[in-house]
Design a protein around this ligand. Structure first.
Ligand code: AMP
Length: 401
């Protein structure tokens, strides 16, 4: 079964045509800077890569280009289901959903919770429905995996009316990645996922940690929005909730200015003054840049603290999992984090850690240590798996798609 996976942002479309069983990709690519003069389409097929400028291309143009490429390769008729990444499913979705009018209405109802992402996801779904009118479409939500969190983990200590009337609670994000790497960790450890207590750390441009008991998320570091929790590339993570009032009085900043700065000018970028790219900051830190050193140190300290805090949600801990661009590649970050986590039973195998880079996963825990696994995440494959499972279930139950 070939599944087309789509991840539509406000000005970008990422796509992959793949088989969930093997992970084999027939075609993948990215259209970015849509609607601007710099819009371009990148296509990858095996080792071939092409990049074409398409000034001012729209969503509709992107789908037309994608269709003509699929036609050219004879792949269009092979698409059996389209899986869409949808960022926010609120409390409505704890699993993927076959897209029909009521699911679309529910995704629309979650727009206030994700005002930038859900409208883009909806635009992508509508464009894909036009492009593939006879192919079932499935929504896979970033928040769904964390809907298993208990109330003690998801409620904020704020007036109950905020929760009841305005859905103010913790939702968590990166669910597809946390779920995928938990399955991979079970495979690597050779144990059933249902028996494992894991802490997974997804560390990319956005960063979050999850506590996973028996394959179910029971806590995570992101909350109502992806701003809560860890230090990230350009996001602050946790700050004092009194900050907004203080800054508006002291600096005359508006709510929008403060929120914009917390999302786009904070985190590693804010601390270093150099930007939010961890690889560049590690190089700058090695070269002696004080801001870069501070940024990396705060990142590591807050991450280690959060991993320890997440362990409290689990009765026992069987393994820690690092994933995402930083988790999969930064040996020095992993070493610094494990150094702080001796308390939990972690000790580093230095050579295994140095070897676990550039797509080579492994256990970096020393003999006698709790396992600390480096696992490559694959959100596209997980979305494809979920879409396939849902479709098979629908067909088995005899319900037309
Ligand atoms: P992602 O969002 O998962 O693509 O991750 C992006 C982050 O991974 C950026 O901060 C990159 O600098 C970081 N990253 C990628 N490769 C490396 C590397 N070799 N060492 C350190 N950080 C890396």
């Amino acid at each position: 079964m070939w599944i087309l996976v789509l991840n539509c942002g406000s000005s970008s479309v990422k796509f992959a045509l793949l088989r969930p069983s093997s992970g084999e990709q027939a075609l993948s690519g990215l259209a970015e800077r849509l609607g601007s003069p710099g819009a371009r389409l990148v296509l990858k097929r095996g080792d071939e890569r092409s990049e074409t400028p398409h000034p001012n291309a729209s969503y509709a143009d992107t789908f037309a280009l994608l269709l003509s490429e699929l036609d050219r390769l004879g792949l269009r008729e092979q698409v059996t289901v389209v899986g869409h990444r949808v960022v926010h499913g609120g409390e409505k979705f704890s699993a993927p959903a076959l897209i029909g009018s009521s699911v679309l209405a529910s995704i629309r109802a979650c727009i206030p919770l994700a005002p930038l992402h859900n409208p883009a996801n909806l635009a992508g779904i509508e464009a894909a429905q036009l492009a593939f009118p006879h192919v079932p479409q499935v929504a896979v939500f970033d928040t769904a995996f964390h809907q298993s969190m208990p109330e003690v983990a998801y409620r904020y200590a704020v007036p109950e009316a905020w929760y009841v009337q305005h859905a103010v609670r913790r939702y968590g994000f990166h669910g597809t990645s946390h779920a995928y790497v938990a399955q991979e960790a079970a495979r690597i450890l050779g144990r059933p996922l249902t028996e494992l207590n894991l802490v997974t750390a997804h560390l990319g441009n956005g960063c979050s940690v999850a506590a996973i008991a028996g394959g179910r998320s029971i806590d995570t570091s992101m909350g109502l929005t992806p701003l809560e929790g860890l230090v990230m590339g350009t996001r602050s993570g946790d700050v004092d909730p009194g900050l907004h009032e203080y800054l508006s009085r002291q600096a005359g900043l508006s709510l929008e200015e403060i929120t914009g700065a917390l999302n786009r000018e904070s985190g590693l970028a804010g601390l270093s003054g150099l930007g939010g790219d961890m690889r560049e900051l590690e190089q700058a830190a090695t070269a002696g840049h004080a801001g870069a050193r501070l940024a990396v140190s705060v990142f590591v300290y807050r991450l280690a603290k959060t991993i320890a805090a997440m362990s409290v949600a689990l009765l026992t801990l069987d393994a820690l999992v690092f994933t995402g661009g930083i988790g999969e590649n930064s040996a020095s970050m992993r070493a610094a984090v494990l150094e702080r986590l001796g308390l939990l039973g972690f000790r580093l195998d230095h050579s295994a850690n140095e070897a676990a880079v550039r797509g080579r996963p492994g256990n970096i825990g020393a003999t006698g240590s709790l396992p600390a696994l480096v696992v490559n995440t694959d959100e596209e494959r997980m979305i494809a798996r979920e879409a396939e499972a849902l479709l098979n279930g629908v067909r088995a139950n005899g319900v037309g798609a």
